[in-house]
Design a protein around this ligand. Structure first.
Ligand SMILES: CC(C)(COP(=O)(O)OP(=O)(O)OC[C@H]1O[C@@H](n2cnc3c(N)ncnc32)[C@H](O)[C@@H]1OP(=O)(O)O)[C@@H](O)C(=O)NCCC(=O)NCCS
Length: 213
């Protein structure tokens, strides 16, 4: 099917669901991004499977079982939180993102974000983050933040003393194994700090944020 036809059909599907327009990715594919609903058991299962699959390589301790991933997905399906899924043309979940409010709704946490490995580097992650920013902005949020762990020496912030010259180390951070901090930087996020030893000695959590409102 020509891309334009896909785009129009996806757009109409979204409009009929009361959703905002389809976001085209950089590669020209139409991409439906919609709410994940409590009753959509198929999409919940697919989202949970994606968590296990997407975090296995660099964060092997994150979601080791489907049950723990299902708990994470279901935990986001409350009225206060945001949970958005990206669907391919067949309606399968190829990525998803969550948002949780804090500080009276001024600040929201982006957690989690995952794109199916076969669909990465096609603009889906960017589309999901931009969509979440728009949803948070609608709710009056000013800041979107996230923590991105480095548990396997993926950045130059691992295995160093972060209590000396921290800001110089942040300023000169290097990406050693495709850590996603660089993905977020491309979307306008700034490193606002680190939590030393968050995941064991020399394995920090990298904090990032962006003004969105
Ligand atoms: C990180 C992740 C969500 C990115 O999604 P994606 O769909 O592949 O990203 P996009 O295609 O939208 O990329 C947008 C830009 O970021 C770049 N980018 C994506 N992942 C990157 C990475 N790991 N390191 C450096 N740059 C990256 C892309 O090349 C693209 O750059 P460009 O604008 O110059 O072309 C995806 O790789 C993923 O799910 N990884 C596993 C789970 C994970 O890391 N989640 C985030 C934890 S905090």
């Amino acid at each position: 099917m020509p891309l334009r036809a896909v785009s129009i059909i996806s757009h109409l599907n979204n409009v009929s669901r009361g959703e905002p327009p389809v976001l085209p990715t950089e590669h020209g594919h139409a991409m439906d991004i919609v709410d994940l609903h409590l009753y959509d058991e198929t999409a919940i299962q697919q989202a949970a499977e994606l968590l296990v699959l997407g975090f296995r390589e660099h964060w092997p301790d994150s979601w080791t079982t489907l049950e723990s991933a299902l708990d994470e997905v279901r935990g986001l399906l409350t009225a206060d939180y945001i949970c958005r899924i990206a669907l391919d043309d067949a309606g399968n979940v190829v990525g998803w993102i969550g948002g949780l409010p804090s500080y009276d709704g001024n600040v929201w946490e982006l957690h989690p974000l995952v794109v199916h490995p076969d669909y990465q580097r096609q603009g889906i992650g960017r589309a999901l983050v931009l969509d979440l920013e728009a949803r948070v902005r609608e709710r009056g949020g000013l800041t979107l933040h996230l923590g991105s762990d480095d548990v396997d020496g993926s950045t130059s912030l691992s295995d160093v003393d972060l209590y000396t010259e921290l800001w110089e180390k942040i300023r000169t951070i290097r990406n050693l194994k495709g850590h996603p901090y660089e993905f977020y930087q491309k979307l306008g996020y700034t490193i606002i700090g680190v939590m030393p030893d968050a995941n064991g000695r020399g394995k920090p959590d990298i904090y990032m944020a962006k003004r969105i409102g």
